[in-house]
Design a protein around this ligand. Structure first.
Ligand code: PGA
Length: 258
């Protein structure tokens, strides 16, 4: 079985103007080396307004950080005021698009059906979706974590082929851990992520389950990343707050260094 290369992604959310984003990527490129990129894939997900600036820098300086977006609509064009299409992102050399982040689901009412349409549109435009799932504290306390996450994954990936699923990224992000400083224990994160991998196997076959990369997200910091990454099914991290600082994020990318 091929090794799954870790993917560490910085989700900048609604932070960093394009000027701040430029400074951030320049610092990051100074801190990370080819040795880091060799063993770990890295993506940054700026706001839409900074994508073009960051694309230009990554391209001009040949920095092997993948460009990511935080969301998109599913239509290629049309009368959808305020939306951004996957085609527009693909033209900016975006590689990864986060779909179904819990903030999109909770604040903007996105459903599994929407997330599914977005994931398909991202794939159709040659990019990779990072499909998010995760439970609230109440759902966890009610013992619903696994059934809820597996339901979100089943709904969000419906109709994808096994080959497509093998190439996507899933992010398990317990909502109670996002931005709270309360990280899931490595064992809890592994339990849910292991269950997600089994479900991918049930739905799409063993090859897809063995290949799909599954990230953990929720209060990932330089101090807790290594132990999370030591779990067998955790293939990377989706990092919010700690990705806003280049030094902190570079330490997360270099989690092997301790
Ligand atoms: P956090 O956010 O690292 O600030 O908890 C993670 C996320 O929402 O992707």
């Amino acid at each position: 079985m091929a090794e799954r290369k870790p993917l560490i992604s910085g989700n900048w959310k609604m932070h960093h103007t394009h000027l701040e984003a430029i400074a951030m990527v320049q610092k990051l490129s100074y801190l990370l080396t080819d040795a880091d990129y060799h063993v770990t894939d890295v993506s940054v997900h700026p706001a839409f307004t900074a994508l073009r600036s960051i694309q230009t820098i990554l391209d001009a300086d040949r920095i092997p950080i993948a460009l990511g977006a935080q969301n998109c609509y599913w239509e290629p064009r049309g009368a959808y005021t305020g939306e951004i299409s996957p085609l527009m992102l693909a033209k900016l050399a975006v590689s990864f698009v986060i779909v179904g982040h819990s903030e999109r689901r909770q604040i903007f009412g996105e459903t599994d059906e929407w997330v599914n349409r977005k994931a398909k549109a991202v794939l159709a435009n040659g990019m990779t979706p990072i499909v998010c799932c995760g439970e609230t504290l109440e759902e966890r306390q009610a013992g619903l974590t696994s059934s809820l996450c597996l339901g979100q994954i089943g709904g969000s990936l419906a109709g994808l082929t096994a080959e497509q699923v093998a190439g996507i990224v899933i992010a398990y992000e317990p909502i109670w851990a996002i931005g709270t400083g309360v990280v899931a224990t490595p064992e809890d994160a592994q339990a849910v992520i292991g269950a997600i991998r089994i479900e991918v196997g049930n739905l799409f076959g063993a090859d897809a389950a063995a290949a799909v990369r599954i990230q953990y997200g929720g209060s990932v910091k330089p101090g807790n990343i290594a132990v999370l990454m030591s779990q067998p099914d955790i293939d990377g991290a989706l990092v919010g707050g700690a990705s806003l600082d280049a030094e902190e994020f570079s330490r997360i990318v270099r989690y092997r260094a301790g």
